[in-house]
Design a protein around this ligand. Structure first.
Ligand SMILES: [Fe+2]
Ligand SMILES: [Fe+2]
Length: 309
């Protein structure tokens, strides 16, 4: 018997419904890295100005005036920018007193990087350390990695060094998260970090079920920092990966290795390793790298003058 109700319209299948008594599924628990970041952000917030400057860097339509308007809200940052622009870095004959000229001279990514450097130093400035960990050393290590990375990018690869600088200054921010959220565990971990023993990543996996590369990359992505920078942070201890020397990850691994050799490691007495292809690249350009190494102490001195550490 024909079913006159079918016509040309397809019959709709009955909608499946959950039984009314089925409880809603709870969200999955956060990963250990996310849990640490959540706790960190309860204690510390990224300065609003850094978030705003990062938004502007990511916005193709933003103008120098937009940057200037944000920077004007923070007198300490204005003072820092003017110090940077008038330092020997810029080699200017006439003193710069106007924010708009400082903004134009420094460039937008550089401005954002100065604000991030301020934030990182601010997180470490007032912390006390332990016998096995010095917040000042971590700050100098981060600053040296940023400066060295920028020099390598600009002098050896002839590319803009702003992302390389950002990689260096932020690469160990995961350690700051561990320090802020779990100080006794972190100090104990640093005590156990000795040459020939488990690596820092092995110890972190044991203690925190994550490591500072994973934490730092998650934080960088949350702050909307460019993906190559976040990926380089994630992998900065992965000497087993094949990375191109001129990539963000390659420059970060080389600069971290060099600053370690030059006495800017996070802790004394630890040896550093480098992926074979990155070591071969240094060998192939050894004179250029020697010049970078020779100039690093003077650049660090300028950083000390600007940031007061
Ligand atoms: Fe490091
Ligand atoms: Fe590290």
């Amino acid at each position: 018997m024909p079913n006159c109700s079918t016509g040309s319209r397809p019959r709709r299948s009955p909608r499946k419904r959950s039984p009314p008594d089925e409880p809603a599924r709870p969200p999955p628990p956060p990963t250990p890295a996310v849990a640490l970041i959540d706790r960190f952000q309860e204690i510390r917030t990224l300065p609003h100005i850094v978030a705003r400057l990062t938004q502007l860097v990511n916005d193709q339509e933003s103008t120098l005036q937009d940057f200037e308007a944000v920077i004007r809200l923070d007198p300490a940052l204005v003072a820092r920018l003017l110090t940077v622009v008038n330092s020997a870095w810029c080699g200017l004959k006439r003193r710069v007193d106007s924010i708009s000229r400082a903004v134009a001279l420094l460039g937008t990514k550089n401005l954002r990087n100065i604000a991030i450097t301020d934030a990182v130093q601010g997180m470490l400035r007032h912390r006390t350390g332990s016998a096995a960990f010095s917040p000042v050393r971590l700050w100098l290590h981060s600053a040296a990695s940023g400066i060295c990375g920028k020099m390598i990018a600009e002098r050896i690869f002839a590319i803009n060094g702003d992302d390389a600088y950002l990689c260096g200054i932020l690469h160990d921010i995961g350690l700051i998260v561990e320090l802020e959220t779990s100080e006794p565990l972190f100090f104990d971990l640093m005590e156990r970090l000795v040459d020939g023993g488990p690596t820092i990543v092995d110890l972190e996996r044991e203690v925190f079920a994550t490591d500072h590369g994973e934490i730092g990359a998650l934080l960088a992505r949350e702050w909307r920092i460019a993906e190559p920078v976040a990926a380089a942070i994630a992998d900065h201890h992965r000497t087993d990966l094949v990375v191109a020397p001129q990539s963000a990850a390659g420059i970060l691994q080389i600069s971290e290795y060099l600053v370690h050799q030059l006495g800017y490691g996070v802790k004394d007495g630890l040896s550093a390793s480098l992926a074979p292809e990155l070591a071969a690249h240094i060998q192939a350009s050894v004179e250029e790298y020697r010049a970078v190494a020779e100039d690093l102490p003077a650049e660090m001195e300028r950083t000390r003058q600007v940031y007061g550490a």
